[in-house]
Design a protein around this ligand. Structure first.
Ligand SMILES: NC(=O)c1ccc[n+]([C@@H]2O[C@H](COP(=O)([O-])OP(=O)(O)OC[C@H]3O[C@@H](n4cnc5c(N)ncnc54)[C@H](O)[C@@H]3O)[C@@H](O)[C@H]2O)c1
Length: 332
């Protein structure tokens, strides 16, 4: 039996805790080190899953006890930690986005392209079983030529104002996942049109951001991708996808915790609300993402999504913001 890959977790907040639990359930990895500048966060992970802890990323990075790191610390730390991983010969799975500033992403681009170790970017939705299957079936030609892709992504409720203030705006914070999903199906996007409004949230408007946006992307083969985002949805986390092609259509609907339905003379309906947010809705995707990272480390399979994919999603986000602000389509 192959021995587990020793992994260090950096950041133990909302998503870091999910990754720690996922690592613990995985046979591929052993959580040997956890770091959080807020040491109580690391202590909590240690009490649940063991391993050593520190409040200094450099201690973890130089410990000689990790082969890979999982970066779940705030976005401004990502570029620096990816660079340290490259320098120290460690594989890295870094949460999205790489950074909010394309210049910082570009500054590491060449070095990232020459890295001897793997750099995976945490666009977990590619690993959602439903979306992943649709992409594979489209690629296999099951619905003929892909003509249109519709991605609907609505959060249950907006994040607090302090979060919106540093989020980088809806396109870089929220739509970034959908830009990556668009590129999963249509890697080469040549034109971006976007529009945004303030439909319901005063403090998002105060921050100069939109709470509701629609984006149209044109692919190199004239595929049209429509993305619809809202910062709220009264019925929960709204995550749907539709791929429409010359021979048919593939769709993925919202998920509920169980498949129980009420059947009466009046109606047939699901009585449970949808999963409330990403931690529950995308639990399997985080598991599959980690398994894919292990496969690439062990087999040398190309990592996907990689640094270039992370950069490309940010380029689309910036183009969407420009289009929404100028009212003009942006050619790439
Ligand atoms: N893929 C997804 O579904 C998903 C979901 C949520 C967040 N994210 C991304 O994950 C990252 C973290 O988001 P979050 O919501 O978990 O944030 P969070 O604020 O809940 O947690 C961040 C943690 O990192 C710690 N930290 C801060 N600076 C650090 C440093 N220099 N070294 C080590 N630890 C440090 C904080 O103390 C905190 O515990 C962000 O980049 C975010 O965009 C991705």
């Amino acid at each position: 039996m192959t021995s587990p890959i020793r992994i260090g977790l950096i950041g133990t907040g909302r998503i870091g805790q999910v990754h720690a639990a996922t690592i613990d359930r995985s046979n591929d990895f052993e959580l040997t080190y956890t770091c959080d500048t807020f040491i109580a966060g690391a202590e909590n992970i240690q009490s649940l899953y063991g391993g050593k802890i520190t409040d200094d990323p450099e201690v973890l990075l130089n410990s000689g006890e990790v082969d890979a790191i999982l970066v779940a610390a705030p976005t401004p730390t990502h570029v620096g930690l990816i660079e340290r991983a490259i320098d120290l010969g460690l594989h890295v799975l870094c949460e999205k986005p790489i950074d909010l500033d394309i210049e910082r992403v570009d500054a590491l681009r060449e070095k990232a392209s020459k890295a001897k170790t793997l750099i995976a970017i945490g666009f977990n939705r590619r690993f959602d079983p439903g979306f992943n299957q649709i992409q594979a079936r489209v690629a296999a030609g099951e619905i003929g030529t892909l003509e249109q892709l519709i991605i609907i992504s609505r959060d249950p409720a907006p994040a607090p104002q302090e979060y919106i203030h540093v989020s980088g705006g809806i396109f870089r914070d929220m739509t970034i996942h959908d830009f990556d999903m668009a590129r999963f199906f249509v890697p080469n996007i040549v034109e971006v049109s976007a529009t945004g409004t303030n439909a319901f949230c005063d403090y998002i408007a105060e921050e100069g951001d939109y709470d509701s946006v629609a984006v149209t992307l044109r692919g190199a083969n004239n595929e049209l991708v429509t993305i619809v985002n809202s910062r709220h949805a009264s019925f929960g986390y709204d995550q749907r996808l539709e791929a429409f092609g010359s021979l048919g259509m593939l769709t993925a609907s919202n998920l509920t915790p169980t498949s129980v339905q009420l059947h009466t003379a009046e109606a047939v309906e699901v009585r449970e609300p949808y999963f409330n947010f990403f931690l529950e809705r995308y639990a399997l995707s985080y598991q599959n993402e980690l398994a894919d990272f292990a496969t690439s480390i062990r087999s040398g399979k190309a990592i996907n999504p990689n640094y270039e994919d992370g950069r490309a999603a940010l380029v689309l986000a910036n183009a969407a913001l420009e289009s929404a602000q100028t009212g003009k389509a942006v050619k790439l």
